[in-house]
Design a protein. Structure first.
Length: 281
């Protein structure tokens, strides 16, 4: 008999830091808390579906809907983040964010992950949970000194090579790929991932991974990271956090550039096929 919930998912979702995050979701504004709770629900769906086994399992792979639930959980966490930002100090940026467009949601989850990886390496970040303080504690290096503080996005200030406050990390993300177009095509691939996963083509259909452990671990950690950022944003709602500005602006920049690239490539395909290119979208 299979487990009811995948043990790797339970290890993450019921760890101390995850429980700290979950306990605070109810304090979020309506624009965020229902999406945040739904993100957690979708993670449990993924953990449950991924453990199903039957004589039909090899043909009808349960890892496909389990992976779909993971991607849905991450999108709901992103929507919670944007909703919280919209209710706070960032409406000038969230108004530019097309919440119903998968490209924008994929861009934001990607941006948060990429930027936090960059920041983590630059400041040598490490996290732990303190039962005494009932807080997530971060260790970070700043100007040669090691510091400890309650984890928060407000702790770090990012500056460019000219010593000015950074507004977007889009160039840093481009630099981590072969070129700008390669980064934007990767974003397009992510945004279309749910369709690729669930829809068959004339050539094939997705069978899903044999082992869901990696997907469950990485996507659940990313989802919880976005939810933590959402909570931190709201707990500091009276302040304008630079990293939140960077997350939103970079995501908008990437999504708009990816749309322009897609339109350009579509026009080139039409031209190559002898069709009238027509107006851009």
């Amino acid at each position: 008999m299979s487990e009811k919930i995948h043990p790797e998912l339970l290890r993450i979702l019921e760890g101390e830091m995850a429980l700290w995050v979950r306990a605070r979701i109810g304090h979020l504004p309506d624009e965020a808390k229902f999406r945040a709770n739904n993100a957690l629900t979708a993670l449990y769906w993924a953990g449950g579906i991924s453990t199903l086994h039957s004589s039909l399992d090899r043909k009808y792979r349960f890892s496909v809907p389990a992976t779909f639930c993971l991607t849905h959980a991450l999108e709901e966490a992103v929507v919670a983040f944007v909703g919280c930002a919209s209710a706070g100090e960032y409406k000038n940026l969230t108004d530019k964010f097309s919440i119903g467009n998968h490209k924008y949601k994929s861009a934001l989850s990607w941006v948060i992950t990429e930027i936090m990886n960059i920041v983590s390496n630059e400041f040598a970040l490490a996290l732990t949970y303190s039962k005494i303080q009932d807080r997530i504690i971060v260790r970070f290096d700043d100007e040669g000194e090691t510091n400890y503080a309650p984890a928060s996005l407000k702790l770090l200030s990012m500056k460019n090579a000219d010593g000015e406050r950074t507004k977007s990390f889009v160039e840093d993300i481009y630099a981590s790929y072969a070129n700008e177009d390669a980064a934007l095509r990767y974003l397009q691939h992510m945004a279309n991932g749910r369709n690729v996963l669930m829809y068959a083509t004339d050539e094939s259909y997705m069978s899903g991974p044999d082992d869901m452990t990696y997907n469950l671990r990485e996507l659940s950690k990313t989802t919880l990271g976005v939810l933590w950022a959402t909570i931190d944003l709201w707990e500091n709602k009276d302040e304008r956090l630079q990293l939140v500005d960077i997350f939103l602006q970079t995501a908008v920049d990437l999504a708009k550039s990816a749309s322009r690239l897609r339109n350009k490539e579509e026009q080139e395909r039409k031209k190559a096929n002898g069709a009238s290119p027509g107006p851009g979208i």
